[in-house]
Design a protein around this ligand. Structure first.
Ligand code: SAH
Length: 238
């Protein structure tokens, strides 16, 4: 067996972890050793008696910037030179995280994740340590920790053995370039709303056709951009 997916998170708030990743699917997987999580407190490498990690921005302006020397020392202490894992910086300027990138990361050895705070990090760290900037969406958080948790949660649920059925990831939103079809469960009638008849008939091919049509209808209505990205590659139901 290959070694488990290994996450190392550099943060000023290591006590935030595992947090939500210690519960439910991700937490069970962590307890079962299907992935590992280490945190590195950036402040361990802070400067002086007060362990300073930040300073005022060159050129002036509001807020504080995380120092490149402090972050590099923390990274170098946490990660060996030949570590094969991608080094990521959570950042609203990064490429938006997609399910395709999540799949790639989940198939790899793990990730080293730097969490920014304040106004962000000194630009020289990004080039000096070859960090890949990753955003979780077009809005600004107060720190990279929750973004790192989003990234790790999305990776961990794809690791072999984490989800109940191996197939349960394949039909989900984004996997076939479509949003997912609607789900129903008991009761059969609720407040005058019935489960669509086709789902109760036991005709698996009809169910697959209905789900595919619904997925296309919902995607066209909500995310026409996904249909465009999909081009001619229309996947038919199995
Ligand atoms: N001044 C920066 C925002 C800093 S927010 C700017 O305007 O771009 C502080 C930290 O929160 C960032 O360094 C980053 O690590 C994290 N962060 C904020 N929004 C994020 C997002 N959408 N995706 C990923 N990380 C984010």
């Amino acid at each position: 067996m290959s070694p488990p997916f290994a996450a190392t998170v550099l943060t000023l708030y290591p006590e935030m972890f595992p947090g939500p990743l210690g519960l439910s699917l991700a937490g069970d997987a962590l307890a079962r050793g299907l992935w590992t999580l280490k945190t590195k407190d950036i402040r361990d490498h802070g400067i002086g008696r007060h362990r300073a990690v930040d300073d005022t921005p060159a050129g002036g302006g509001p807020g504080m910037v995380l120092r490149c020397d402090v972050l590099a020392a923390a990274l170098d202490a946490a990660v060996a030179g030949d570590d094969p894992r991608p080094k990521l910086l959570m950042s609203p300027r990064g490429k938006s995280l997609t399910q395709a990138r999540v799949r790639e990361l989940a198939a790899g050895p793990g990730a080293v994740i730097v969490c920014g705070r304040f106004e962000g990090v000194d630009e020289r760290l990004i080039a000096g340590r070859g960090l890949e900037e990753v955003s979780i969406g077009d809005y600004v958080l107060s720190g990279g920790e929750i973004a790192a948790m989003v990234l790790l949660d999305s990776c961990v649920r794809l690791l072999p053995g984490v989800m109940g059925k191996d197939a349960s990831g394949a039909e989900e939103s984004f996997e076939a370039g479509l949003l997912e079809y609607p789900h129903y469960t008991r009761p059969r009638d609720w407040e005058g709303r019935a489960i669509p008849e086709v789902l109760l008939g036991g005709d698996h091919a009809a169910v697959a056709r209905w789900r595919q049509a619904e997925a296309k209808r919902i995607t066209a209505a909500r995310r026409p951009d996904l249909l465009k990205d999909r081009g001619g590659d229309i996947k038919e139901p199995r």
